[in-house]
Structure formats: C-alpha cells, structure tokens
Design a protein around this ligand. Structure first.
Ligand SMILES: NC(=O)c1ccc[n+]([C@@H]2O[C@H](COP(=O)([O-])OP(=O)(O)OC[C@H]3O[C@@H](n4cnc5c(N)ncnc54)[C@H](O)[C@@H]3O)[C@@H](O)[C@H]2O)c1
Ligand SMILES: O=C(O)C(=O)C[C@]1(C(=O)O)C=C[C@@H](O)C=C1
Length: 301
C-alpha cells in the first residue's frame, strides 16, 4: 500500500522536481500537486508535465494533500508553512528536504502548531538548480535522514520513511542537532572550502582569469563544480547551521595551521601520514558504493 495518495510539493526546483519525477516513476497512481513562488518556474513545470496540478498559491496547493513536502531554501520554510497553515487538512503530514534541520524544525513548530511534522534530508543533489535539473533516479541508493522530534507520531514517521524508501532511498533517523553537526563536516564545510578556493583563485592579481580557466584541470575543476551550487540555497544553509559550521570551521582551521607548520619545517612524515589516512577514507566511500558523489561534469540522467 502507498504511504500517501495525494502529495503536494512546494518548491519545484532541483529537489522538488526530482521528487515529483521519482514519484511518477515509482508510485504512478499518486495524485501530484505543486506550487512554486516563481511564475516562470510554474510555467516551465507545466511544460515539463510531471505534475497533475499546479496551484497559484501555497494554500490552494495543500487543500486536499495527505503529504506536503517543502522543497524551498531553508530560510523560506517557516514563511511558506505559515502561508498555507490555515488551508492544511487536519490529518496531513508536513515534511521538508532542507539541508540543515534544527532551525527548520523550530520554524515549522512555530508556523504549524499541532501539525504532524517529520523533517527529512535526502543526502543527494548536484550543483544545478531549477526544474530542468531534476531527475527521477536522484535518490536511488542514497541516504535520506529523518529528524523527527522526540514526541513525533510514530505512524507519521513510518509513513515518511516508507515514502523515501519507495523513491529508492535508504532511510536513517537521527536527532536534528546531531544531523547538523555531521552534515556541517560532510557537506557544508566542503562547500565553504570550495567557494573560498575558487574565490581566492579568481581574485589573484598575478593570475589572469583566462589562466584560471585554461589550467583548471583535476583538483581546481572539481572545486568549481561544488562552487557553482545555488547561492540562495547555500547562503540559507550557512545562516541556519551557524553554530555547527563555526565549530567545524574552527577544527578545520587548526588542522590547516598544523599542515602549514609541517610544510614550513619540512615535516614530510606528518604530510605523508595524513595523506595516507585520507586516501583510506576515499577507498571506504567507494567500497560503500557512494562514489557517485564524486564530480561528474557530464552526468547523464
Ligand atoms: N541542491 C542540493 O544538492 C540539495 C540536496 C538536498 C537537499 N537540498 C535542499 O532542498 C531545498 C531545495 O533546494 P533545490 O536545490 O531544489 O533548490 P532550487 O533553487 O533548485 O529550487 C528551489 C525552488 O524553491 C522556490 N521557492 C523559493 N522560495 C519559495 C517560496 N517562498 N515559496 C514557494 N517556492 C519558493 C524557487 O522558486 C525554486 O524554484 C533546499 O532547502 C536545500 O537545502 C538541496
Ligand atoms: O553532489 C553535490 O553536488 C552536492 O553538493 C550534494 C549535497 C552534498 O553536499 O553532498 C549538497 C547538499 C545537500 O543537502 C545534500 C547533498
């Protein structure tokens, strides 16, 4: 049996449109409604034709939903939820796909008091955005982390879990604060580093822009993929997950200083030992079958 019969997706960019396409593929009888604040996105989604209905307001989109999935930048989640609160059916479950969780949970609790909320984070994405960038297989074999509050309705958690498994994902459940700490180091900090290094290279007075483009083989090119990620989405993630990101940034800065010292004093053993350990991390990721997170400039969908 399907966990939900009528799903509403709010925010129809990369993740919202991928969820819609994955539902079409795996749960074809689900009635799918969508809403996006951008009229241009709504028009494009109508052309792409992966929804049954596109509403003109968030309120109209949720009126007969049994799952409402918020796929907007994390900074917009509270405001969007408040905008449809009065129209939400009493038994509807609300979830989201935001990349940081504690702040989102707090915003949803304020906007939707008494509503069954099960926050989620599919740990899958690309540097692209918008409805054309989505694809049905995005969540296949990837983790989706649910961060329900301690007093969340277990049936609601079970249904959201079954929903993500139905879309091909593997589900884990954890506390929102722990999620934010883990993702700060595995996702948020890497993005910050990529934004920094690409910014630094493009600011260098002694290196012209054409040289940066011409010689961007291997390492730098990999960073530019990550640094092309959506500015609104990532601004919101860093502001929402401020504490955990600053904590991880502090540790990173200390480790970087230790490496700086090793280079200055010709301490090859320290460098060699670290590079050996990090190579092992990469090998374990590949053995786990998660190497598709690696840069892929011509990803075929
Ligand atoms: N991109 C990734 O790799 C990735 C992966 C996992 C989770 N996420 C999370 O998914 C969410 C969406 O990210 P995305 O990559 O799909 O972004 P996106 O830019 O592709 O799509 C976001 C969509 O939300 C719409 N939107 C913005 N504010 C809105 C509002 N107030 N009401 C209705 N629609 C609104 C935008 O018009 C846009 O179409 C974010 O919370 C992000 O943190 C992203
Ligand atoms: O592969 C990428 O482009 C991503 O950045 C995906 C990625 C990640 O950092 O792993 C980005 C943000 C998400 O919340 C989840 C996944």
């Amino acid at each position: 049996m399907l966990p939900f019969a009528r799903v509403t997706i709010i925010g129809l960019g990369l993740i919202g449109s991928s969820v819609a396409r994955a539902i079409r593929r795996s749960m074809p009888t689900v009635r799918l409604t969508g809403y996006d604040a951008s009229p241009a996105v709504r028009k494009r989604v109508a052309e792409l034709d992966f929804l049954d209905d596109i509403a003109d307001t968030a309120g109209a989109a949720v009126t007969d939903a049994d799952l409402v999935l918020l796929c907007v930048p994390v900074g917009a989640i509270g405001e969007v939820a408040a905008s449809f609160a009065a129209d939400l059916p009493a038994d509807a479950i609300v979830s989201d796909v935001g990349s940081s969780k504690a702040g989102v949970a707090a915003a949803l609790a304020v906007a939707l008091p008494g509503v069954a909320v099960v926050p989620a984070h599919p740990v899958a994405g690309t540097e692209k955005s918008g409805p054309d960038a989505g694809f049905a297989s995005l969540f296949d074999g990837r983790w989706c982390i649910l961060t329900p509050a301690g007093d969340a309705d277990p049936t609601a958690v079970m249904r959201v879990s079954a929903f993500w498994e139905g879309l091909g994902a593997r589900v884990d459940i954890m506390d929102a604060a722990h999620h934010d700490l883990v993702l700060a180091v595995t996702s948020h900090l890497p993005h910050l580093i990529a934004y920094t290094i690409v910014g630094t290279a493009s600011d260098l007075e002694t290196v012209t822009r054409s040289e940066v483009i011409k010689y961007s083989a291997g390492g730098f090119r990999d960073f530019t993929r990550i640094a092309a990620s959506d500015p609104t989405m990532w601004r919101d993630v860093f502001l929402a997950n401020k504490e955990a990101v600053l904590e991880m940034l502090q540790r990173f800065t200390e480790d970087l200083t230790a490496l700086q010292r090793a280079i200055r004093w010709g301490d090859g053993d320290t460098l060699f030992e670290l590079f050996t350990r990090t190579r092992a991390v990469r090998r374990s990721i590949i053995e786990e079958g998660q190497d598709d997170a690696a840069p892929d400039f011509g990803r075929q969908h």
